[in-house]
Design a protein around this ligand. Structure first.
Ligand SMILES: Cc1cc2nc3c(=O)[nH]c(=O)nc-3n(C[C@H](O)[C@H](O)[C@H](O)COP(=O)(O)OP(=O)(O)OC[C@H]3O[C@@H](n4cnc5c(N)ncnc54)[C@H](O)[C@@H]3O)c2cc1C
Length: 534
C-alpha cells in the first residue's frame, strides 16, 4: 500500500518501558529485536508475507489513521501483521489503531476459550496503550462493525492476519465487500513461518511432500522480528475504555465448560511456558514425546492456537539449543513447523477439510472398505462425552480433555481412532470427534485438529490395533515388572492416593504409587491426567 503524495520521514521511535519488570529472557529477546532494526520502518520487510485483498492499493490523501484488524494473532510483538500495519502508519506519519471484533459465538467454543482469549486480549490492550496505539474491542461481526469504524475514524488502510479456516475467511470476504473502494485492505500471514500461500501453491499430499518445500524456504522467512515500537503519532481520539467483564454478557456460549487452572492466558504466560519447555523438557522431546507418562511436550498449543505466542519466536528460541539437543530441536521443528504448516496447507486448499469427503483418496478407500465391519461396541455422543465406555484408558483421556482442556498428543491419535471404531459411520465419528475436540480442547477449532481427526481417523482400521498396542505399551513401559491391569479400587479410572483423587486410566496394583500411569505430573508445568479432588 502506498500513498500518492510525498512521504516525510517519521521521528525516531523507541521501545517503551514495560509496565512490569521484564525477565532476563524477555530482555534478551527485546535486544535481539532491536538488533534486527530500530523499528519496522528500517527493516527489510518481506512482502511475500502480504497479499492485497482489495482491488486498489493507493492510500488516500486524507487518511487519518491505519487500522490493524487483529483476528487470529492475538499478540503485539513477533506479529508480522501488526508490524506491517505499523510500517504503513510510520511511513505515512499516521496514528495506528488496533481493533478486535468479538463475535458472540464461534464454532463449539465455550466460556473456557473465550475467557482465555479475552484475558490475553486484555494484555494486548495494555501493551498497545504503552505503545501509544489505541486498542478497540468491537462487539459483533466485522462486517457489521468494521465499515462504520473505518468511516468514523477516517481509516486509510486496513491490515488483517490470516487463517485458512472457512469462517474467518468468510469474515475477510464480507469486510472486503463492504469496505469503501478507496480503502486498501491487505492480509498478512502472521501465523506461519513460511506464508501459507508461499509454502506451496497446491494441496500437499503429506509431510513427505511439503517438508522439502518448507525447509528450502526457512532461511528466507525464519528471521528475527523487528520491535513494534512506541508509535510517534498519537491517535486523534483515544480508545473507549473497555468494560471487559461486561463483554461477557454479549456472548452466546456455553458457560458450563469451566476455565482450566494449569494454563494462564496471555503472551507473558505463554513465553514462560516456552522458557520452561526449553529448560526442562526440550532435552527429552526427541526420545519421550510419544510417552504420556513423561513431561516432554512443549504444552504450547493453547498459546500458539490463540496467537498469543508466535511459533516463529518459539522456533528461534528453541534453535539456540541445537548444539546440545540436536535431535530434540529437529523433532520440534518437524512438529511445530512441518506438521503444523501441513495442516494449514490442507485447510487452505481443501474446502472439505472437516468432512469425510475431504480425506485423501487412500483414506476414503480404507474407510469405505471397512464401512460394514462389525462394531463390537457402539457409543452415543453422550456416552463418549461423559467417558463411560468400556475402555478405561480412553475414558481417562477423554475426561482429562473435559477437565483440563488438553490431551497428550499421542493419546489424541488413540482417542480419534477409537471413536471411529465405536460409531456407526466415519461421518458420525468425525462429527463426534470434531464436536468434542472443539468444545473441550483449549487448542481446538484449529487446522491441526481438523487434520488430526480426519487423517488419523482416515488412516483406517488397520492402524487401530497398532496405535492401541503402542499406547498401552507406553503405559506399561515404566514398571515393566508388573502386569498391567485395572486396580481393584479404581472406578472409571479414578483412584484414591494419599488423600488426592487421581485419575489413572490403568494402574499397576503392586505399584499404585508414584509410578502408576499418569499420576506423576500433577502440579507440574503442564496438564496431566492427575487431578485433585476439588
Ligand atoms: C485427533 C487429534 C486431534 C488434534 N487436535 C488438535 C487441536 O485441536 N489443536 C492443535 O493445536 N493440535 C491438535 N492436534 C495435534 C497435536 O496433537 C497437538 O498439536 C499437540 O498435542 C499439542 O501439544 P503440545 O503443544 O504440547 O505439542 P508439542 O508436541 O510440543 O508440539 C509443538 C507444536 O507443534 C504443533 N504440532 C504438534 N503435533 C502436531 C501435529 N500432529 N499436527 C500438527 N501440528 C502439530 C502444535 O502447534 C504444537 O503446539 C491433534 C492431533 C490429533 C491426532
Amino acid at each position: 500500500m502506498r500513498r500518492g503524495r510525498g512521504k516525510r520521514k517519521a521521528e525516531l521511535t523507541e521501545v517503551p518501558p514495560a509496565s512490569r519488570r521484564r525477565t532476563e529472557e524477555e530482555e534478551a529477546i527485546e535486544n535481539a529485536r532491536r538488533r534486527a532494526a530500530p523499528s519496522v520502518r528500517e527493516f527489510k520487510y518481506n512482502k511475500k508475507r502480504v497479499r492485497l485483498v482489495s482491488q486498489g492499493s493507493e492510500l488516500k490523501d486524507d487518511a487519518r489513521c491505519i487500522l490493524y484488524w487483529m483476528c487470529r494473532d492475538q499478540r503485539v510483538q513477533d506479529n508480522w501483521a501488526f508490524l506491517y500495519a505499523q510500517r504503513l502508519a510510520l511511513k505515512q506519519e499516521l496514528p495506528l489503531h488496533v481493533c478486535f471484533c468479538l463475535v458472540p459465538k464461534f464454532l463449539e467454543a465455550t466460556i473456557r476459550h473465550y475467557r482465555f482469549m479475552l484475558r490475553g486480549l486484555q494484555e494486548v490492550a495494555q501493551e498497545c496503550a504503552e505503545l501509544n496505539i489505541s486498542f478497540h474491542l468491537l462487539l459483533g461481526y466485522a462486517k457489521d462493525v468494521l465499515p462504520t469504524f473505518v468511516a468514523e475514524h477516517g481509516v486509510g488502510g486496513l491490515v488483517t492476519d490470516f487463517s485458512p479456516l472457512r469462517l474467518p475467511r468468510q469474515w475477510v470476504e464480507d469486510v472486503r465487500e463492504r469496505l469503501p473502494e478507496d480503502v486498501p485492505f491487505a492480509q498478512v500471514d502472521a501465523h506461519n513461518i513460511v506464508p501459507c500461500w508461499v509454502a506451496s501453491p497446491k494441496q500437499e499430499y503429506s509431510a513427505r511432500t511439503i517438508r522439502g518445500k518448507i525447509h528450502a524456504q526457512l532461511p528466507e522467512f525464519l528471521t528475527e522480528f523487528p520491535p513494534v515500537v512506541r508509535h510517534p503519532h498519537p491517535p486523534s481520539c483515544p480508545a473507549q475504555p473497555i468494560a471487559w467483564e461486561a463483554c461477557y454478557s454479549s456472548l452466546q456460549v456455553d458457560h458450563t465448560v469451566k476455565e482450566v487452572e494449569w494454563a494462564t492466558p496471555g503472551t507473558a504466560a505463554g513465553m514462560a511456558v516456552l522458557k520452561s519447555f526449553i529448560a526442562e523438557r526440550l532435552k527429552s522431546f526427541s526420545t519421550h514425546r510419544n510417552d504420556p507418562n513423561k513431561a516432554a511436550l512443549s504444552n504450547l498449543s493453547p498459546w500458539l492456537h490463540f496467537g498469543q505466542v508466535s511459533t516463529q519466536r518459539a522456533i528461534l528460541e528453541v534453535q539456540k539449543h541445537r548444539r546440545n539437543y540436536k535431535d530434540s530441536v529437529d523433532a520440534f521443528v518437524e512438529e511445530a513447523v512441518v506438521r503444523r504448516e501441513l495442516a494449514e496447507n490442507f485447510c487452505y486448499y481443501n474446502e472439505n477439510y472437516d468432512s469425510v469427503q475431504g480425506a485423501y483418496d487412500w483414506a476414503q478407500t480404507t474407510l469405505k472398505l471397512h464401512a460394514k465391519d462389525k462394531r463390537p461396541y457402539l457409543y452415543s455422543l453422550q456416552e463418549l462425552e461423559q467417558g463411560t465406555t468400556h475402555d478405561p484408558l480412553w475414558n481417562a483421556a477423554q475426561l482429562q480433555m473435559v477437565w483440563e482442556g488438553k490431551m497428550h498428543g499421542f493419546l489424541r491419535m488413540y482417542w480419534a481412532k477409537k471413536i471411529l471404531e465405536w460409531t456407526r459411520s466415519p461421518e458420525e465419528a468425525l462429527q463426534f470427534a470434531i464436536y468434542l475436540n472443539d468444545r473441550y480442547e483449549l487448542d481446538g477449532r484449529d487446522p491441526n485438529g481438523y487434520v488430526g481427526e480426519l487423517q488419523d481417523g482416515g488412516r483406517g482400521w488397520e492402524a487401530l490395533a497398532v496405535t492401541a498396542k503402542a499406547a498401552v505399551g507406553a503405559l506399561q513401559a515404566a514398571p515393566a515388572r508388573s502386569a498391567l491391569r485395572p486396580h481393584p479400587t479404581c472406578s472409571l479410572g479414578a483412584c484414591e492416593q494419599g488423600g488426592e483423587l487421581t485419575l489413572v486410566s490403568l494402574c499397576w496394583q503392586a505399584a499404585c504409587g508414584p509410578s502408576a500411569a499418569f499420576t506423576t505430573r500433577a502440579g507440574r508445568s503442564g496438564p496431566s491426567l492427575a487431578r485433585s479432588a476439588t
